[in-house]
Ligand binder design. Structure first.
Ligand code: ZN
Ligand code: ZN
Length: 623
């Protein structure tokens, strides 16, 4: 196949990739048997499966899948060995011209894509073909032993593609499949896919009116709609409450900062590819326009410091550092804990963007702690307490932690060895108090300090990488931060960066999928929907809603003329936790009928009683 990798990369192919790559040959064999005129192009393994690109007169549809799978089963049953044969370039060219590559025996039309591919193989490189039965293909491998190893497979989808991804070249059909070691693993994968589809936050975000991404605003830029904003606000309030209890101070900082600030921090120009381009001062722009300077000259000038400019902030640290540095500090003031829901901007490649999980502007639950070396242990432990509390409240108790330590052999690290030892021991001790699984990774620490990362497993078993707690010995030096110790001498504080949930965008995306849009009451954008049975009780419904709103409950009234069944269905679709149904009898009795989104039972009680119970449910953030 034409996914060309160096020998090293090839040997790194995992067992599963090797199996899937082999299954692509099984699929190709079946296709060649069914449609001998097919022209096969590339067929690499991809995440969760494999595909094969082909030029075929017959337009493949999902209706063809059973038939192709039947043929694949026969190829598997043949149990032919995958046999590697090295040949000379001339032999390979002759085989391609004879139509014998990417084909079963008997075809006499030139293998056009294989011929083209041979052209791009460097002259000094060995050419190999792989054979299974009478299917031969130009391929570097590797493969499993026999076709019989590919037992648990399934065709997934068909899409269109272009030869070598170039839209000026031949338009092809791309057939996707997947393959696992056994049918249990395949079935688990298919179930997970089904669940993931049901929970996809991009679809639910749209259906539930939580957020919007608009091409006119830009890719990867999340517009929080009113309902999504309510979820975010409830989440921020919850986190803020915890930060208040832990002695954090809230700060606000602007979205841009001078380039000089980022030169000092070392973020500019070194991370230019992940930052938005700098903005020049207006007078610089005017002067350069007069001089007819090019864009490149402008950027070079900004990078070298010849012109002053601003950067859209890629992180909040330098701003917080300047707040710390704006006052003298004694050891008695430490630790200083500065927290901000700080919005930052980073340039992600557009191919990597998707929903709320890969974005270009996002708000971190950020904070920077400035402390003495002796306080690192307690501060890190405090950060982990916060994570435990927040994840526990959301019912996410399945997570693991990665502890990144320095490579003891290397000398690339800043800060003295004694402090590193202390910090690493402190992080390890803090992680152990969590009582969750953790791994230690030597050599994975940044040059400026060790760190802890969180990986959360959602209800369907997928892992989400959240935020980090990172010790930093570097920035306090670069910004010459100090405090006066008990000995009256000047000392260097240690800095801790922590954004345990990463960003509110990503975390909310995770929450939407975790809860399948059914947020617990305290997070639900609409907590109660009041549904009058008919127009006759609409007025009473409005009055009940006013009472609920007065008690601080997020409520809406269904004012449509739909039948009661349709109104209840809609409220359920909208994932509203509670519905209050109001008919003539309830109005007469001074009660309301309450229905929860997840069950059919109705309870009837006075509205005031329901309000009291609900307020307690919200206050305690019950699940
Ligand atoms: Zn192959
Ligand atoms: Zn930071």
């Amino acid at each position: 196949m034409i996914e060309r990798k160096t020998l090293d990369e090839r040997q790194q192919m995992t067992d599963l990739e090797r199996l899937r790559h082999s299954c692509a040959h099984v699929m190709a064999t079946a296709i060649c048997r069914l449609w001998p005129d097919v022209q096969l192009a590339a067929g690499p393994p991809v995440e969760n499966g494999f595909y094969y690109d082909m030029d075929l007169a017959h337009r493949i549809t999902p209706e063809d899948f059973p038939r192709i799978e039947e043929e694949m089963k026969r190829v598997v049953k043949d149990n032919d060995p995958f046999e590697r044969v090295t040949i000379s370039r001339d032999e390979a060219l002759a085989l391609a011209k004879a139509g014998r590559l990417g084909a079963v025996a008997g075809r006499e039309v030139t293998s056009i894509f294989k011929l083209d591919l041979l052209d791009s193989i460097p002259a000094d490189e060995e050419i190999s073909i792989f054979k299974n039965g009478d299917f031969w293909d130009l391929c570097a491998g590797p493969h499993v032993g026999r076709t019989g190893n590919c037992k648990a497979f399934k065709l997934m989808s068909i899409a269109s593609s272009y030869y070598k991804g170039d839209k000026d070249r031949a338009s092809l059909q791309r057939l996707y499949g997947t393959c696992f070691k056994n049918s249990t693993e395949l079935q688990d994968h298919l179930t997970r896919l089904e669940e993931a589809k049901k929970r996809d936050h991009r679809r639910l975000g749209k259906e539930l009116g939580l957020f919007h991404i608009d091409e006119a605003v830009g890719q990867g830029l999340i517009l929080w709609k009113p309902k999504g904003a309510l979820v975010r606000r409830a989440l921020q309030e919850f986190i803020t409450e915890q930060l208040d209890k832990q002695g954090y101070s809230q700060v606000y900082t602007p979205h841009i900062g001078k380039l000089e600030l980022y030169r000092t921090s070392g973020h500019f120009p070194y991370y230019q590819e992940s930052q938005y381009p700098p903005i020049a001062e207006r007078d610089v722009l005017e002067r350069l326009a007069d001089e007819n300077a090019t864009c490149g000259e402008l950027l070079n000038g900004l990078a070298s410091g010849a012109f002053e400019g601003y950067l859209l902030k890629p992180m909040n640290c330098p701003h917080h550092i300047k707040i710390y540095a704006s006052d003298p500090h004694s050891y008695r003031d430490l630790p200083v804990r500065l927290a901000e829901f700080g919005t930052v901007y980073r340039w992600e490649q557009s191919g990597e963007l998707g929903g709320m999980t890969r974005v270009r502007g996002f708000t971190q639950d950020d904070a920077h702690l400035f402390c003495t070396p002796d306080q690192v242990a307690a501060e890190v432990a405090g950060c982990l307490d916060l994570v435990k509390k927040v994840l526990g409240t959301l019912g996410m108790n399945d997570y693991r932690v990665r502890l990144s330590l320095r490579d003891p052999e290397s000398d690339k690290y800043v800060g003295d060895a004694e402090n590193w030892d202390k910090a690493e021991a402190a992080l390890r001790a803090a992680v152990q108090t969590l009582g969750v699984e953790y791994t230690e990774e030597l050599g994975e620490a940044a040059f400026y300090g060790p760190k802890i990362d969180f990986v959360v497993k959602d209800v369907i078993g997928r892992e989400w990488q959240l935020g980090t707690v990172q010790v930093d010995y570097n920035l306090p030096v670069r910004f010459d931060l100090t405090y006066v110790g008990a000995d009256n001498q000047t000392h260097r504080p240690v800095m801790i960066h922590r954004a345990p949930f990463g960003s509110l965008e990503r975390f909310t995306g995770l929450l939407i999928e975790h809860f399948e849009g059914k947020f617990p009451v305290w997070l639900a954008p609409e907590q109660v929907r009041v549904i009058p049975i008919s127009e006759k009780t609409l007025e009473a419904a409005e009055a009940a809603a006013a009472q609920l709103a007065d008690a601080g409950i997020r409520v809406a009234v269904d004012r449509t003329n739909d039948k009661i069944g349709a109104k209840i269905r809609l409220a359920r679709l909208d994932r509203v936790p509670y519905m209050i149904v109001l008919g003539a009898r309830e109005v007469e009795d001074g009660t309301v009928s309450i229905r929860h989104r997840d069950n059919e039972d109705l309870t009837t009680q006075p509205l005031a009683d329901f309000i009291a119970t609900l307020r307690e449910e919200i206050r305690s953030r019950s699940l």
